[in-house]
Design a protein around this ligand. Sequence first.
Ligand code: MOS
Length: 763
Amino acid sequence: MNGGETMIEVAAGSPIGRATTRRDARDKVTGAARYAAEFRPEGLLHAVLVTSTVPAGTIARLDTAAAEAMPGVRLVLTHVNAARLYPPPLYPFGAAFQSFLPLQDERIRFAGQPVAVVVAGTLEEAVEAAGQVGADYEAAPFVAGLGDARATSYGAGDCGEIAEAVPSHVRGDAEAALAEAAVRVDATYTSPRLYHCAMELHSTTAAWQADGTLTVWEPTQWIAGAQSVFAAWFGLEAERVRVVSPYVGGGFGSKGGPQPHAALAVMAAREVGRPVKLVLSRPQHFGAISPRPATANRVRLGAGRDGRLSALAYDSVNEVSFDDLYVEPSGGIAALSYDVPNVAVDYRFVPVNAVTPSSMRAPGEAIGSFALESAMDELALALEMDPIELRLRNYAERDPVSGKPWSGKHLREAYERGAREFGWQRRDPRPGSMREGEELIGWGMAGGSFPAYVHPSAARVWVRADGGVEVLSGGSDLGTGTYTLLAQVAADLFGVPPESVTVRLGDSAYPDAPVSGGSMLAASLTPVVHEAALAARDELLALAADVLGLETGELRVGGGRVYPEGRPQEGMGVAEILAAAGRTGVDVVRDSFTGVSEQERAKFHGTLGLLRMPAAGPYAVYSWSAVFAEVAVDADLGTVRLRRLLGVYDCGRVLNPVTARSQLMGAMVMASGAALLEAGVVDARLGRLANPNLAEYMLPVNADIPGIEVVFVGEPDPHANALGARGIGEMGMTATIAAIANAVHHATGRRVRDLPILLDKLL
Ligand code: MOS
């Protein structure tokens, strides 16, 4: 496995760590990049979903006759005529988010649940016919959301054998310490359902071959996971399913595994004997795709007058469905952020009539850091202490959960650097004191962290007969820069510009890679690509030594040639060496499944069963952040404008400052949306979302985003991976919401504990 204590040396001037523009950017803006929904297998038909308008009950009548009679319509599937599906293995033991299987019975579990799928020759015909499917429901009582009077909750003790999935944590005696604390904070922070809103819609294009194998074009963050779920639904061996997903237009967790609608495209394709494409409409995403659940987080802090924390209790509540448990692990960051002797983190779950929620960027840490770091701000005010000083007084020098030392933690430097760059010493701590005309100015800060996961991976490096270098991996690039990073690594070893390396991703025919989620892909994959490229280079050098009659130790590779060190003119082109050696190429596969048997590897394919947890080794491996925000609040209207965001990050070695910065900025933008704009608004009378579209679900746009600064303070971390890098994708989502909320309080003296911070909550 990666994360050995010997770190690969990265020479000065190496492409690894160099600011390199994302190589897929041009293809994306020119339309040359082909996304999953843009593949058009021969004979393609189009499917459109019909979804339930009620949140609970049963289907009393589905009238499909009119739709079936419409021009071009080939098939209307409902629970009456749909094929049976097998239950897929659920996350974390598989890649399925929910146990719900579409069109298997007449029961309605949530508004937006698929009740029929219409297949026609053109998209227009399918849309038109879907509108003609009539449905009557026998309505039943429902629970609309977290605040519903009918809502009940359950805890880990009621979870039976899956109780271990609930990450409760106890150390010391938090209740006793709270009772004795000189200063206390007791506040509950709430957040609404949040939706991923990736630019690329969810879609599935399915084609069955004559031999019973299946090809699926599906935008997915996890090729192996998708393969295992499709195979499970249809009772196939995983090898009989090929998943193709060369580009993903954003996922943020929602494309971690196929959602139930995907099974319907495959089912329909088998039924009609033709390839079928199903693209969800934007409103359908707000019903059928797992969101981040609504949460309520009670935080209690106890401290002495010196600011030393003695107690921390974190009670997390999140929505779940009636079918499945999903834990939004918000208390994790509370348990490990500070050196507190008495801690209790507990979780409860409220079943509601909505699609089973799931992971959205920094699941847990995003909302957990809002609650924890808002409470720390409240405590700092109660103590009349600077918020940074309060954090420094409780700085955790080792992981208080595992008791292990941190692999690397430059959070102190992040606070200091951030304070300096932001000008924190000019801040008047009194809320409402920094007025500029009609605007109330607020400065807030918060700290954050995110675990550094690593998963065993495989990669192939191929030196072609023409001398070109290719890297192949079954990982997927969801816009994070995987293509670019892998090219940089191979380029380093072959002494060529990264642009000249071909990278192929997003196909289950390529070597096994983990999910592009949990910020683990780059950290997992880059060392394996390095190892494979090194082995391929060594093999090439051995061939060249024979051809040139020299020792391998004298030879160097660079610019597409192999030559004796210091005498480049005496070398030969890579293609000529291969030809002279009678070879058509050099082809090397390497993996980091060290100590894992073939059987185990097969068993855990498409699962997170081999995930290396952040504190599994001798060190606890986490990334760290300090985020600073400035807001201006209109004193009369309560409108909040974000003016500045500064994020200072310790993510170990930065493999590519361009893609890393973009990831962090993107997540900070997303966090600003959660802070100030975004909310899935549940209509309590109807049990469905009132704003299922991008006109009314408010996302930040360019005009909402001021200058964002990203600064790195980390150092290569030998315990993170062999290149010293930790994951980046989700780090920008931690701390930012709290920094903004704390800035709003500083501006106004109003503590808004319910996201998003809308103007009506400030007046
Ligand atoms: Mo993520 S929420 O791990 O894609």
